[in-house]
Structure formats: structure tokens, C-alpha cells
Write a protein that binds this ligand. Structure first.
Ligand code: CMP
Length: 139
């Protein structure tokens, strides 16, 4: 079932480089409504849990270290067919493969430090949203 919400994080690389405003602007210009938003920082335990599906991957340690090194922006976004529409907006995981006009084409540096996260399914969007936001923070 396609739902109209997805979850995103603006990752530490993009926050460090001052791109929160630019990325949120691309998101809202693309027609997404922000229904939850916060600046926060993941602990190592948070990042290990959030990315547990990748725990056996060779890059897992690097991923946890990167995602915990500074603040992130977490948000829930609303739009028709949100998960797929947002993955189109952010572009390929590896910015070298990201299409023109995507967030990763503009702001990401590498496959590891790729500026933004977007949920890959409706089920994960719901899990990831609940990981970061209480019900009263979801508008
Ligand atoms: P994200 O969409 O947040 O989901 C998993 C993350 O793992 C991905 O973005 C990248 O940041 C990271 N990742 C995926 N592949 C690699 C890789 N080959 N090397 C380092 N990090 C990776």
C-alpha cells in the first residue's frame, strides 16, 4: 500500500556544510509538506539500531561513525506516493550516479557521505518515523 508519508534525515556532512536551508528548500519546492522536524544527534546505539539492516555490511562501522559525528535534521514529509517521490528527489545512493536536479547531485560528496537519507519502503518509513518522533510531534 502506498502511503503519503516518508522519513528523511539531513546527514552530518550536509549539516556541517550549512546546507539545511538549501535542502529543506528543495524538499518544499518539490511539493513535500513538512509534518515533523527536529535538529538532533544520534548516539552510537541509536545509529546501530537505525541501520541494523546493514550490520553485516563492511561499511557498517564507518556508517555509524559518520552518522554520529554531528547533528542531523530528522523530518517526516507528506506528499502523494511519498516514498518513491522522495527517492526520486534525492537521487542515487552514490552521488556519482545521481541525476541532475537531485539533492545528492547538488550536495553529496560520496557514497558514504551522501547528504540525505530517504526511507526505502512504506513499512520502513513508519518504523523510522516512530524511531525519531512521538505521535504528538507528527502533525
Ligand atoms: P542511506 O540511504 O542512509 O542508507 C544506508 C547508508 O549506508 C547509505 O545511505 C550510505 O550512507 C551508506 N552506504 C551505502 N553503501 C555504502 C558504501 N559502499 N560505503 C559506505 N557507506 C555506504
Amino acid at each position: 500500500m502506498a502511503t503519503n508519508r516518508t522519513f528523511t534525515m539531513i546527514k552530518p556532512d550536509a549539516v556541517e556544510n550549512g546546507h539545511i536551508g538549501g535542502i529543506l528548500n528543495m524538499i518544499t519546492e518539490a511539493g513535500f509538506k513538512i509534518v515533523s522536524l527536529k535538529l538532533t544527534q544520534l548516539t552510537v546505539a541509536d545509529a546501530q539500531k537505525f541501520y541494523s539492516v546493514h550490520s553485516e555490511r563492511p561499511f557498517f562501522g564507518e556508517l555509524v561513525e559518520f552518522m554520529t559525528r554531528g547533528p542531523i535534521v530528522a523530518a517526516i514529509l507528506e506528499k502523494d506516493n511519498a516514498v518513491e517521490a522522495f527517492r526520486t528527489l534525492i537521487g542515487a545512493t552514490n552521488p556519482a550516479d545521481a541525476a541532475e536536479g537531485t539533492i545528492r547531485k547538488k550536495y553529496a560528496k560520496s557514497i558514504g557521505e551522501n547528504a540525505v537519507h530517504g526511507s526505502d519502503s512504506d513499512e520502513n518509513a513508519a518504523i523510522e518515523s516512530a524511531f525519531h518522533f512521538a505521535g504528538r510531534e507528527q502533525f
